[in-house]
Design a protein. Structure first.
Lengths: 319, 274
C-alpha cells in the first residue's frame, strides 16, 4: 500500500477514536437534516396553498371557459356574461404600461447606476426608489387621479390606467435594472474601455446585453404585478360594466393607425372578477373564478414569453 | 539616462536597440503622483520608456505597479476616487492635457489585463469590436483581414481559425489571454500595457506569451507588470523596480538583476522580501 493510504487510514483512525469529533459530526448531520425538512415543509406549504387555490378556481370556473365567455360582453344574466371587454382592456392597459414603464425604468436604472455621481443626493434617490416599490398601490391611484385625471385631463381612460400602472412598476424595474447592471463584472467594462470604447458604448454594447436577463426578470415581476392590480384602477375610475370595445388601433383607411382607443373608458380582468364576486348567486361566482383563471393564464403566458427571451439572451451571451 | 541602453543589451536585441535611436523615449513620465481619495499610492515617479522595446515593472504587491501602468491609458479615470498629478507625455504630447480625448488615447495605448477578460461574444467579434467602433475597416473583407492578421500576430490563428464564430470564453486560459492580446493589437496601438498577463497561466502558456511579447516588440512599445523576476529578465530590455509607491531604480534589465544600485532592489531580487 502506498504512503498516502497509510496516511489517510491513520488520520481516519485518529478521528474515529476522537469521540468529541464523532459527537459533533452527528450533531452537524442532524442540523442538516432538520434544515432540509424545514425547507421542504416551507416549500410544500407554498405549493399546496397554490395548488388548492388553482384547483378550487378550476373546479368552479372551468365549465364557464367556453368560446362565448371570451367573446361576450358582461351581462345581467350570468350564463351569457363574458369577459371580452375585460381581457381586451387588460391587454391594452398592460401594453401602455409596458410601453411607458419599461423604457423609463430601464433608462433611469442605467442613469442611476452608470452615470449619476455617487453622492448624498443619489443615495437619497436610491432609498426613495426602493421605498416607492413598497408603497401601497392605492396611493398610486390617488396620485394618478389628482395628477392625470384632474391635472392633465387625460380622463378615466386606458391611457391614464397604463400611465398609473407604469408609475407603479417603475420602481420595481429601476431596482431590477440597477441590480442587473451592478452584477456585470467590472473586468468586462475595463476590457471595453481598454480598446477605446466611450462610456455609452461600454454601456450599450457590453453592460446592457449582459444585464438584459436580469432586467427582464424585473419586467416580469412588474408586469405580473400590474396585471393583477385593481385598487388604483378603481380609484381612477375604471368602469365595472362596459359593453363596448375601444376603437381598433389599426384601420383600413389612411393613416391606418389610430390612437383613439387610448382615451376610451375601460375595465380590466381583476375588476370584472371582483365585480362578479360581489354579486349573489353561484353562477356569478363561477364567472369570477373563470375570469381569475384567464387572468392567471395571461400572466403565465406573458411570463413565459419573457422567460423564453431571457433564456435565449443568456445563451447568446456565451459567458 | 538612456544613453547606455544599447551596449549592455544581449546580442539578440542589439539590432532592435540600434533601430530605436539609442532609446528614443516613447513615453516620458515626470513627477507622477497618484492618489486614491486621501491615500497616496505613487510618489513623484519619473521614468522614460523607450520605443519598440519591452519595459518591465517589478516590485512587491501593493507597491503601485498597476496604478502606474494604468496612468498611461488613463484607465485610472474610470475609478472615481483616483487622482493623477504630474506630466505624462507620449511622443512629446501631454496625455493628461485638458480636452484630450481618452478614447483616442486608448486606441493608441492598448491594454491586456491580469485575468483574461474576453467579451462574452464570438472570437471574431471580440477582435472586430475595437476596429468597428473606431471605423478602421471599410468593408467586411477589410474587417476579416484585420481579425485574421491580429490573430496571427497573437499566435492564435491556427488554433481557432475553424471556430471564429464560437464563443471567446470557451477558449482555454492561455488562448483567452492571447485573444485579449489580439484584441488589443487589432486597434493598431503604438503601446501595449500588460498587467501580469501570465499570472493566471501555466508555464507552457506563459512561454508562448513571452515568445509573443518578444516578437511584438518589433512593432510595439510594451510595458509589462510582472511578479516573476525570471519573466522580467527573459522578456524585458529595461526594468523598473517599485517599492511602497516609489520608483526605486530603473535601468537596463541585466544591470538591475546583476548589479542593482539600491539596497532595496537587491533585497527584492534576492528574495529577502516581497
Ligand atoms: N481602486 C482603488 N481604490 C483605493 N486604493 C487602491 C485602488 N487600487 C489600488 N489601490 C491602492 O494603491 C496601492 C497600489 O496598488 P496597485 O494595485 O497599483 O499595486 P500593485 O503593485 O499592482 O500590486 P499587485 O502586485 O498586488 O498587483 C495599494 O496600496 C492599493 O491598496
Ligand atoms: Mg497589480
Amino acid at each position: 500500500m502506498s504512503i498516502t493510504s497509510t496516511l489517510t487510514d491513520g488520520r481516519v483512525a485518529g478521528r474515529a477514536a476522537d469521540s468529541e469529533f464523532v459527537r459533533r459530526l452527528k450533531r452537524r448531520r442532524t442540523n442538516e437534516t432538520v434544515f432540509i425538512c424545514l425547507g421542504l415543509a416551507a416549500t410544500s406549504i407554498g405549493l399546496i396553498a397554490l395548488a388548492a387555490l388553482m384547483i378550487d378556481l378550476a373546479a368552479s370556473g372551468y365549465p364557464r371557459l367556453t368560446a362565448d365567455f371570451f367573446t361576450n360582453f358582461p351581462s345581467r344574466r350570468a350564463g351569457q356574461a363574458g369577459i371580452l371587454s375585460a381581457w381586451v382592456g387588460s391587454l391594452l392597459v398592460i401594453s401602455v404600461t409596458a410601453f411607458i414603464g419599461v423604457p423609463l425604468g430601464v433608462a433611469a436604472g442605467i442613469y442611476l447606476e452608470e452615470y449619476a455621481p455617487k453622492n448624498i443626493w443619489t443615495n437619497i434617490i436610491e432609498i426613495n426608489v426602493s421605498n416607492l416599490a413598497g408603497v401601497p398601490s392605492i396611493v398610486f391611484g390617488l396620485l394618478a387621479l389628482g395628477l392625470f385625471v384632474y391635472g392633465f385631463g387625460t380622463g378615466r381612460s386606458i391611457f391614464t390606467a397604463g400611465l398609473t400602472l407604469a408609475l407603479l412598476i417603475l420602481p420595481i424595474i429601476i431596482v431590477a435594472t440597477r441590480e442587473a447592471i451592478r452584477a456585470v463584472p467590472w473586468s468586462l467594462r475595463e476590457a471595453a474601455y481598454g480598446v477605446g470604447a466611450t462610456k455609452w458604448q461600454v454601456t450599450q454594447d457590453h453592460v446592457l446585453p449582459a444585464a438584459v436577463p436580469g432586467v427582464l426578470t424585473g419586467v416580469i415581476i412588474g408586469i405580473s404585478r400590474a396585471l393583477g392590480e385593481t385598487a388604483p384602477l378603481v380609484t381612477i375610475g375604471a368602469l365595472s360594466f362596459i359593453a363596448f370595445l375601444p376603437p381598433s388601433p389599426v384601420s383600413a383607411d389612411f393613416p391606418f393607425i389610430s390612437f383613439a382607443w387610448l382615451f376610451e373608458g375601460f375595465t380590466v380582468l381583476p375588476i370584472q372578477a371582483f365585480n362578479w364576486v360581489s354579486r349573489p348567486g353561484d353562477d356569478f361566482q363561477s364567472n369570477a373564478a373563470a375570469a381569475g383563471l384567464v387572468l392567471m393564464a395571461i400572466t403565465l403566458v406573458l411570463n413565459g414569453v419573457a422567460i423564453y427571451f431571457r433564456y435565449r439572451l443568456r445563451k447568446k451571451l456565451q459567458w | 539616462m538612456n544613453t547606455h541602453t544599447a551596449p549592455t543589451m544581449s546580442s539578440a536585441t542589439i539590432g532592435a536597440a540600434g533601430e530605436m535611436l539609442a532609446g528614443r523615449p516613447k513615453i516620458t513620465a515626470k513627477n507622477v503622483n497618484v492618489y486614491y481619495g486621501e491615500k497616496q499610492a505613487l510618489f513623484d515617479v519619473s521614468v522614460n520608456i523607450p520605443e519598440k522595446s519591452v519595459t518591465s515593472f517589478i516590485g512587491p504587491s501593493g507597491c503601485g505597479k498597476s496604478t502606474f501602468l494604468r496612468c498611461f491609458n488613463r484607465m485610472n479615470d474610470t475609478i472615481p476616487t483616483c487622482r493623477v498629478t504630474g506630466d505624462i507625455e507620449i511622443d512629446n504630447a501631454d496625455i493628461y492635457e485638458r480636452g484630450l480625448d481618452v478614447v483616442q488615447l486608448r486606441a493608441r495605448v492598448g491594454m491586456v489585463f491580469q485575468k483574461p477578460n474576453p467579451f462574452p461574444k464570438s472570437i471574431y467579434d471580440n477582435i472586430a469590436y475595437g476596429p468597428r467602433i473606431h471605423g478602421l475597416a471599410r468593408s467586411k473583407t477589410d474587417l476579416d483581414q484585420i481579425v485574421e492578421s491580429s490573430l496571427k500576430k497573437a499566435g492564435l490563428f491556427e488554433e481557432v481559425k475553424d471556430r471564429l464564430h464560437e464563443s471567446g470564453t470557451g477558449l482555454s486560459g492561455g488562448q483567452q489571454q492571447r485573444l485579449c492580446i489580439a484584441r488589443a493589437i487589432a486597434v493598431g496601438p503604438e503601446v501595449i500595457l500588460m498587467d501580469e498577463p501570465c499570472s493566471a497561466l501555466d508555464p507552457i502558456a506563459t512561454a508562448r506569451i513571452e515568445e509573443l511579447i518578444d516578437h511584438l516588440k518589433e512593432n510595439f512599445t510594451i510595458i509589462i507588470v510582472t511578479h516573476s523576476m525570471q519573466q522580467a529578465a527573459r522578456v524585458s530590455q529595461r526594468t523598473a523596480f517599485f517599492h511602497l509607491g516609489v520608483l526605486v531604480e530603473e535601468g537596463v534589465t541585466q544591470m538591475i538583476f546583476t548589479n542593482p544600485r539600491d539596497r532595496r532592489t537587491q533585497d527584492y531580487i534576492t528574495g529577502r522580501f516581497g
